[in-house]
Write a protein that binds this ligand. Structure first.
Ligand code: PLP
Length: 393
């Protein structure tokens, strides 16, 4: 008799967003037609930039001609895109070979799939508050999860604890949900810790494009020692509005080895077995993001989300509410006023200001009493939400 993976029974319900949707529906049932200010969404609102759209159109036309048609693409990514991404890193003084860049269909897929590199039952360290998929992917894989709580005193930034031993360490910087960013010195501590203990860091850099402070690292590979302990998982979702188009990339150095096995070679083997590559059309669209024109256009889009962040953080400053994030990230993480719990503050904002945010408690036990605003809406909506926030807080 087939035995299903019993670890699925250990998964907690994806309570957070389901519960938000339920509460929102209940409010609208009582207040039909009410306008809600959705400051909780993690999806972008601006369309793809012109450089990407033009490249996508051209690539579609390529597929119509025998002379330019592309069938299966190389499993690890088209050389033109791998080279463009390596050149993008080179511009930041990070030397990569193109075959250390793996094109993916997004960070979510990679964050789960990459666990194929590690033995089942590995110990995985997840600093919290955390992006919920880290926990769920590891529950499904049957790994042992060690939660590392962080708090206000350290700005919600995790630092290595020598007492905790882990095989795999997740780091997300800029962080979803807190918007906090590890400094070079803090990230260096993690790199040194991983090299000392033999752990591998999975560095989720999905929000690196939002960093504006020149002293903060965009990539873990900007720091010495990372090439022997880190894998970087990146996405064009928030960088360039590819949430619905789907494209990402993973950097896995050829110098990363454990127990005599080369993880880059293993990942090549994995991808050539489990994928047939990413569509030619999407990779052409993605390559356009790494041109000068594409970079200028996505920076203009990110500036809109940053403007939203400023509007919201100005309002929080006026209300005297503590927060982190917002400056180098599209998320603002705030302390619920008056000692309110996360879900109580959610209800309070919904009932009194028709604002929907995300209760921190959904991101880990240490996040109770905190709340997340995201900055991906329109400037107009965000401005109205900030005004209402000031009226009720
Ligand atoms: N990592 C983090 C921290 C995220 O917040 C998200 C999406 O919200 C992802 C990864 C997934 O990104 P993708 O759309 O590339 O799957």
């Amino acid at each position: 008799m087939l035995k299903p993976n019993a670890h699925y029974t250990e998964l907690k319900d994806s309570y957070l967003f389901y519960h938000i949707a339920q509460k929102t529906k209940a409010y609208l049932d009582v207040h039909p037609g009410a306008h809600l200010y959705r400051m909780g969404i993690g999806d972008v609102s601006q369309p793809l930039c012109k450089a990407a759209i033009d490249a996508l159109h051209t690539a579609v036309d390529d597929q119509a001609q025998e002379s330019t048609f592309h069938g299966y693409m190389p499993e690890c990514g088209a050389p033109f895109l791998r080279e463009a991404i390596a050149a993008h890193y080179a511009a930041r003084d990070v030397a990569l070979d193109a075959d250390e860049v793996f094109v993916s269909s997004g960070a979510s897929d990679e964050l789960g799939d990459i666990l194929d590199l590690f033995e089942r039952g590995s110990t995985v360290l997840i600093p919290e508050p955390a992006y919920p998929a880290y926990v769920d992917a590891n529950v499904i894989a049957g790994n042992r999860i060690v939660h590392l709580p962080t708090g206000k005193a350290q700005g919600f930034l995790p630092l290595p604890d020598t007492k905790i031993e882990a095989d795999v360490i997740y780091l997300c910087s800029p962080s979803n949900p807190t918007g906090a960013v590890l400094s070079r010195a803090q990230l260096q501590q993690w790199i040194d810790h991983a090299n000392r203990t033999g752990a591998v860091i999975l560095f989720d850099a999905a929000y690196e494009a939002f960093i504006e402070d020149g002293a903060l690292p965009h990539s873990i590979f900007e720091l010495p020692g990372a090439r022997t302990c880190a894998i970087e998982i990146c996405s064009l979702s928030k960088t360039a509005g590819f949430t619905g188009t789907r494209l990402g990339y993973t950097v896995l150095p050829k110098t990363l080895e454990r127990c005599g096995q080369n993880l880059n070679a293993m990942w090549v083997r994995n991808r050539t077995t489990k994928t047939n590559g990413i569509s030619y059309i999407l990779q052409k669209g993605g390559a356009a993001i790494f041109t000068q024109e594409g970079q200028t256009q996505i920076k203009a889009q990110i500036a809109v989300y940053k403007r939203n962040a400023k509007i919201l953080t100005d309002a929080l400053n006026d209300c005297g509410i503590w927060y982190t994030g917002g400056k180098n990230a599209p998320y603002i993480w705030l302390e619920c006023p008056g000692g309110m719990k996360s879900w109580d503050f959610f209800d309070y904002l919904l009932q009194n200001a028709q604002i929907i945010g995300t209760p921190g408690a959904g991101f880990g036990a240490c996040a109770e009493g905190y709340f997340r605003f995201s900055c991906f809406g329109s400037v107009q909506e965000t401005t109205m939400a900030a005004k209402r926030l000031k009226e009720v807080c």
